[in-house]
Design a protein around this ligand. Structure first.
Ligand code: HEC
Length: 143
């Protein structure tokens, strides 16, 4: 019985190294892929006029410059960690957008409601604001 053990051990170690090497290689590859990632907004046509996207420059939509104000103006009356009880008007507790971190965490869910027009409950966002939020999500929630 005891004879088996050293044998098993010796054979397990290289397997671990192989796995580790594979994982390391995978990480390296994904970093290369990130470096060559193309800009999703820049390839669209730059439509003339006062689109809120063109105001932001050719591509970047950041939380600080655009998204924070959008959420403050349209959502955080109800969806804010500073708003509690009845003042939330039924907005689910904890589903808040009043910091970058919260907005990012809940961003995909927020976007679904924004694009469908379900949120805000009274007054759907303008097309520009919907596009702005969509671009923010597509670009990976830039701060
Ligand atoms: C007047 C208060 C109010 C405002 C303003 C408001 N919401 Fe809501 N929100 C609610 C209520 C009430 C619910 C729960 C009922 C429901 O889902 O319709 C809710 C639910 C949600 C949900 C969960 C839906 C689900 O089923 O997953 C999301 C996401 C959401 N809101 C996002 C937003 C976003 C984004 C905005 C701004 C663009 C916004 N809300 C503005 C009151 C509000």
């Amino acid at each position: 019985m005891n004879h088996d053990k050293p044998f098993l051990r010796r054979n397990k170690l290289p397997m671990r190294y192989i796995l580790f090497a594979l994982i390391a290689a995978g990480l390296g590859l994904s970093q290369v892929a990130c470096g060559t990632k193309k800009d999703p907004v820049n390839e669209g046509n730059a439509s003339a006029g006062e689109s809120s996207l063109s105001d932001a420059g050719p591509s970047e939509v950041t939380y600080t410059e655009r998204v924070k104000a959008l959420l403050d103006d349209n959502c955080n009356k109800c969806h804010s960690s500073a708003v509690q009880g009845a003042s939330r008007e039924g907005a689910p507790v904890g589903l808040d957008f009043d910091t970058y971190s919260l907005a990012k965490t809940n961003g995909k869910r927020a976007n679904r409601e924004i694009q469908s027009g379900a949120m805000p409950p009274t007054d759907p966002l303008s097309r520009n604001d919907k596009e702005l939020f969509q671009a923010w999500v597509d670009q990976g929630f830039k701060e």
